[in-house]
Design a protein around this ligand. Sequence first.
Ligand SMILES: Nc1ncnc2c1ncn2[C@@H]1O[C@H](COP(=O)(O)OP(=O)(O)OP(=O)(O)O)[C@@H](O)[C@H]1O
Length: 357
Amino acid sequence: MSTVLQLSNVVKSYGDAVALAGIDLSLPDDSYVSLLGPSGAGKTTLLRVIAGFEAPESGTIRFGGREIGGVSPHERGIGFVFQNFALFPHLTVEKNIAFGLVNRDRNPVTDTEAVRRKVRDMIALVGLTGLEGRAVTQISGGQKQRVALARTLVTEPRMVLLDEPLGALDANLRTRMRSELRAIRERCGVTFLHVTGSETEALSMGDTVLVLDRGRIAQQADADTIYNRPVSPAVARFFNCYNIFFGQVDAERFVTPAGTFPIGPTVQKSDRQAYAIRYDRIAIRPAGTQAGDGEIGIEGTFLASEYTGSAITSFFTLDDGKVFEVETHLSQAAPQSYEPHGRYGLIWKKDDAIVYA
Ligand SMILES: Nc1ncnc2c1ncn2[C@@H]1O[C@H](COP(=O)(O)OP(=O)(O)OP(=O)(O)O)[C@@H](O)[C@H]1O
């Protein structure tokens, strides 16, 4: 797969605040890329630097094989979809979509028939046929999102940057629009770089997921690798599905205030020592149950359970006060109820843990 965008050591600060601390990345052509990171990680800044709305202090950006550092935003061939859609409220769906095509500085399309044809094709591509003449104040949130996307795609960019594109939609629509956006991207074949603060959205949508942490790319991989093998405790913590213990490796054990755990042969290199076990890899047993061969067991006091639809998350406090979470998928077993303040054994396989050292 060829590379569409390449950034080398891109740095951007605002006064003393370093927003991008040296970004190196390479994005494949014709793919869906999710950009995930906590608030303030630099996601919007990264999009704005790629689009050309902000100039980096140093580093290079190559797009489609050419350096675009000095190229103005509208000459980069990169589309931008904003979270609030930024539609023209006084124009119809059709006229909003045609606007960029007719009014762009370079190669405006002046042939009315050509504009109509391109707009009609785009309206069909994003699934808005029948709403051409409707004012954009009289369509739903999901339809506005499609207009915003169509307005960008009609100018035939080679890449589209989307800043929290589903953020303004309600939860149900947000979930439905995930597969819509993926399908639209597949039909037009351009790379989408989609910023989101939601790990589920990033994992479910991206062929590639980028995790940004304090202005650096902490990990770039497919969703499965990121989820199952987060490269650092910071990335693991961000996915909110791992119990993370900080401590030290001592020979073949990991020593934490909550207990000492034997470790397997695989240790992930990291700048901070930590031990991570996924919420859904833990079994809850009666107190006193012995851990079997290759298993690790600790005890905790039951606090509460929370239903999340297809799973139950149960919270325990460990003897050092740490809260420990266990996720049980309801397809695996009938829901169990646990005694408030009761003691339970919490057991997992040694090889399911990730050890960072
Ligand atoms: N115009 C600005 N002036 C000063 N500091 C800024 C400006 N824009 C961003 N920053 C700072 O740069 C850092 C990165 O901001 P950015 O908006 O890129 O983060 P983000 O990951 O998009 O966050 P969020 O998810 O909250 O939108 C933050 O520390 C922010 O305070």
